[in-house]
Design a protein around this ligand. Structure first.
Ligand code: PEP
Ligand code: MN
Length: 484
């Protein structure tokens, strides 16, 4: 920050994070191999463009003002192996099904953000873990090492592999969307694959029928808006954890010509209140207005609960990019830190630039969320409030399996909805770990999965995910609350 506090970018560069202390650091042994990988990444083309990034920023400004709802979901740890058509299709289908339920519930557009095409780096509580009685380095995500016990060494070549898996995933996603996977004229194509529960099937079928009926009516009266129902926007996101990778894909690019600068909570001063003089050299302002630094690896990045210290490397990196960003907020986030973080990453108070992803746990949300809502209100920032009911509710079974109870997840989400309402705020979105497959990783839900049932299809390589049915049940909860 400059002393007059007008620009966030002073002293910032894509590599300035290297001057700060860092959490979750990576001790690469072969620096020459890292340089080769990052050198290669620097020459590769962007995976996403500024125009797309701004489209999402404008959509999130709508969410922050209550005019749209944000649905974000995907795996905890995305594996390179998930880069195949079946795995991508089932996840996209689930997000589309959930968004249909949410549109029906809230009567407003839904912004879809997949934890996908780059969610390859994981923060870990310990550098070592025990697997089958053997001590080994923890699995830190496919971008660093592999899950099999003989692949736990950090491998710099994985940085480049991450780029290609990310690009191939997004390429297939774009192709499927362009080919009509999300065509609203055919919502029955989005059938509820694994959901055998007749009640859920029926609820969903009613929504599909009511949408189909509205569409038939629109066509009858000639109001079918050409092309607009045939596809949807779907954006990508991942945790911005491995800064070596993020830096290499950060590019100084021209802002898109149609960038409607997102509205600001308060106008930023153009002249110094003390001297009346211009705050910065006008030529710098001009340059700053033509170009900006974009993270071109994904549309949206979030900073995790373990790496969001205001004076550390990750926040230094995050403050300089144009992308919309998320910040995880948990039981250890002080109200003072929260206010400081917002001022650092969004000094111009642009509406919807920042999404606060709250993840307290069902037992703590009542005490902490109201304080955080009030603290943010005092700062004058307008954020997207998103509830992550997953990460504060992780527990171990007696046999040591990491799981989450559906009842706890449901309870934190229901509490967040109620608390926002009580505080004169509103919940703008949900952030979930989910998969379209019929896995058994979280207990409960209408199937009534017990701890003993988890072995049947426990497939996650990190945190337990909701299966298709559990995820839809949550979508119905939010939809129900929105319909009053
Ligand atoms: C995650 O989203 O997978 C994660 C690690 O979350 P948190 O930073 O909130 O613990
Ligand atoms: Mn997780």
């Amino acid at each position: 920050m400059t002393t007059n506090g007008t620009t966030s970018s002073s002293g910032w560069s894509p590599s300035s994070w290297r001057t700060k202390p860092i959490k979750q650091p990576v001790a690469y042994e072969d620096q020459a191999a890292v340089d080769r990988s990052t050198g290669k990444l620097r020459r590769l083309p962007p995976i996403v463009t500024p125009k797309e990034i701004w489209k999402l920023r404008r959509a999130l400004a709508e969410v922050a003002q209550g005019k749209a709802f944000l649905l974000q979901g995907g795996d905890c740890a995305e594996l390179f192996d998930y880069c195949n058509d079946q795995a991508i299709d089932t996840k996209v289908k689930l997000l589309l099904q959930m968004s249909l339920v949410l549109i029906w519930g809230g009567n407003k557009p839904v912004v879809r953000l997949a934890r996908m095409a780059g969610q390859y780096a994981k923060p870990r509580s310990s550098p070592m873990e025990t697997v089958d009685g053997k001590q080994m380095p923890s699995f830190r995500g496919d971008i660093l090492n592999g899950y099999p016990s003989d692949q736990r060494d950090i491998d710099p070549d994985r940085l480049v592999q991450a780029y290609f898996h990310s690009a191939a995933t997004l390429n297939y996603l774009r192709a499927q969307l362009a080919s009509g996977i999300a065509d609203l004229n055919n919502p029955l194509e989005w059938d509820l694959g694994h959901v055998g529960d007749p009640e859920l099937q029926q609820k969903y079928a009613r929504i599909v029928e009511s949408i189909s009926e509205s569409l038939r009516f629109m066509r009858t009266v000639g109001a079918d808006t050409a092309g607009q129902l045939e596809t949807v926007d779907l954006f990508t996101s991942h945790e911005g954890l491995l800064l070596e990778y993020e830096e290499a894909l950060t590019r100084k690019l021209k802002h898109p010509s149609n960038r409607n600068v997102a509205p600001r909570s308060k106008p930023a001063p153009k002249v110094s209140p003390l001297t009346g003089g211009a705050l910065v050299d006008p030529s710098i302002v001009e340059d700053a207005e033509v170009t900006g630094y974009y993270n071109t690896s994904t549309h949206f990045l979030w900073v995790g609960d373990r790496t969001r210290q205001p004076d550390h490397a990750h926040i230094e990196y995050f403050r300089g990019i144009e992308n919309p960003i998320g910040i995880k907020v948990g039981p250890t986030t002080s109200t003072a830190d929260l206010a400081q973080l917002l001022d650092i990453v969004n000094p111009r108070k642009e509406i919807g630039k920042v999404t606060l992803i709250t993840r307290y746990g069902e037992g703590k949300v009542d005490e902490l969320l109201p304080q955080h809502i009030e603290a943010v209100r005092r700062t004058g920032h307008t954020v997207v409030w998103q509830c992550d009911p997953m990460h504060g509710n992780t527990r171990s079974t007696t046999s040591g399996i990491k799981t989450r109870s559906f009842a706890s997840i449901f309870s934190e989400l229901a509490s967040a909805l109620r608390i926002h309402k009580d505080c004169g705020s509103f919940l703008g979105g949900v952030h979930l770990e989910l998969t379209g497959d019929a896995v058994t990783e979280c207990t409960g839900g209408s199937e009534g999965l017990q701890d003993e049932d988890l072995g049947a299809r426990y497939e996650t390589f990190c945190d337990p995910r909701l299966n298709e049915k559990q995820a839809l049940e949550l979508a119905f909860l939010v939809a129900g609350s929105q319909r009053g």
